[in-house]
Write a protein that binds this ligand. Structure first.
Ligand SMILES: Cc1ncc(COP(=O)(O)O)c(C=O)c1O
Length: 406
């Protein structure tokens, strides 16, 4: 990757994606998440990075799509993503979103609660359509990860508890419904998980629940597979994870004498995180009594994860990757927040103003969580493949920044 050339062409900060890496990871999932006992399907959780060109890539690679909002769904509609391969998630879909999803024949609405179910019934009857749904379950599994990324503990805002009053109400509503068909269950037990164990527990619970039903259901195991950010991360490997899930599911189905129709997974982060790198230009270099700062021309507006989750990254300075690393540095952004820090106490070589700094593994939840705080302009996004780069999202302009202001 010629980062100096990319800086000349597109400026900084810049999100750069290695498309070969994305394809390689998708391929790993596709070749290993397969069973002779049931159908399988892989969804890309587009919240990780949802832009038109990314969704075109996902479409070309024959994956299905997880969306959680009107905006994500609209982007999919704009690239003619096959509607039957779209799964609409979210814990509080608005009436407008449900309308839009039904109108566009979204494949599955993943229902989080009774209110949503009642709304779907009401709106589906207006369209006189039968809507296929999954119920999102809270299987009570607490995956070992940072607490802000855990999404399935007992009081989680996501999903419902098996056999709770709300669950039973929903099942009886579905039984009496002319417009809703329950196709399966969904769970998502957390994010950045490096362990088989929480998935095993979730699978055991889901299979036991599927036993209650007289027909084979679908079982969506969610995403959450850990990606590599720093040397303290030890991903199991996406092939190994996919193979393990299939094996565990097959074993459990045999053990509990249950049949399912289809198993699904929906990785987001693991598909795009490692393929993305953010390129910054170093401006000020400041020595305070206890700290050496390298200031970059972006920060929490293009990568909120360090401030939000204390996320860590691996950094490098372009052209100095192999230099002696002898400086303990705090890399800080340009926002008016003292928490606007990319990495604290990272060991880097001596830098000069104008050097280019790389933050690796920013492909997931970087661009998609970016903001205009301090009226920062959203950076451009470039895809690089076979040595060729192409702009897929233009840098925001000052005019665009004020476009909606009266
Ligand atoms: C329902 C659901 N599915 C899939 C994902 C993707 O998770 P990850 O990006 O960790 O793979 C998320 C992330 O929050 C989610 O909420």
């Amino acid at each position: 990757m010629n980062y100096k050339e990319l800086k000349e062409k597109y400026g900084t900060p810049l999100y750069v994606y290695d498309i070969h890496r994305i394809k390689e990871i998708i391929h790993q999932y596709q070749t290993n998440f397969k069973s002779s006992q049931f159908e399988t399907e892989i969804l890309y959780a587009s919240k990780a990075f949802n832009v038109k060109e990314m969704l075109r890539l996902i479409k070309d690679m024959n994956l299905s799509l997880d969306v959680v909002s009107m905006g994500e769904l609209y982007t999919a509609v704009c690239v003619d993503f096959p509607s039957h391969k779209i799964y609409f998630h979210g814990n509080n879909k608005t009436e407008e979103e449900i309308h839009y999803a039904i109108e566009h024949n979204v494949g599955i609405l993943v229902v989080d609660n009774q209110y949503e179910l009642e709304k779907i019934e009401e709106l589906a009857s207006l369209y006189n359509k039968k809507v296929s749904i999954y119920i999102r379950l809270n299987v009570g599994v607490e995956a070992h990860t940072h607490k802000y990324i855990i999404t399935s503990h007992i009081d989680s805002k996501f999903g419902i508890l098996y056999n709770s009053l709300e669950y039973r109400n929903m099942i009886s509503l579905i039984k009496n419904s002319k417009h809703i068909e329950l196709k399966g269950f969904h769970c998502h037990i957390g994010s950045q998980i490096f362990d088989f164990y929480p998935y095993d527990i979730a699978i055991e619970k889901l299979v036991a629940i599927a036993k209650d039903f007289p027909y084979p259901l679908d079982m969506n195991l969610g995403g959450g597979f850990g990606a590599y950010y720093t040397e303290t991360d030890h991903p199991i490997g996406y092939e190994a994870m996919a193979r393990h899930l299939i094996q565990k599911l097959e074993e459990e189905l045999t053990k509990q004498d249950v049949k399912i129709h289809k198993a699904l997974i929906e990785p987001g982060r693991s598909i795009v995180a490692e393929a993305g790198t953010t390129l910054y230009t170093i401006g000020g270099i400041k020595q305070t009594p206890n700290r050496l700062y390298y200031f970059v021309d972006g920060g929490m507006t293009d990568n909120i994860r360090p401030a939000l989750y204390q996320a860590n990254y691996t950094l490098d300075i372009v052209g100095k990757e192999n230099d002696f690393k002898n400086k303990v540095v705090t890399v800080a952004g340009k926002c008016c927040e003292s928490g606007d820090i990319i990495m604290e106490n990272v060991i880097l070589p001596e830098a000069q103003k104008g050097d280019l700094l790389l933050t690796y593994s920013t492909g997931a939840y970087g661009y998609s969580m970016s903001s205009n705080y301090n009226k920062a302009l959203t950076p451009a996004v470039v895809f690089v493949e076979d040595g060729k780069d192409r702009l897929v999202v233009k840098r925001q302009t000052l005019e665009e920044l004020l476009e909606r202001e009266i």
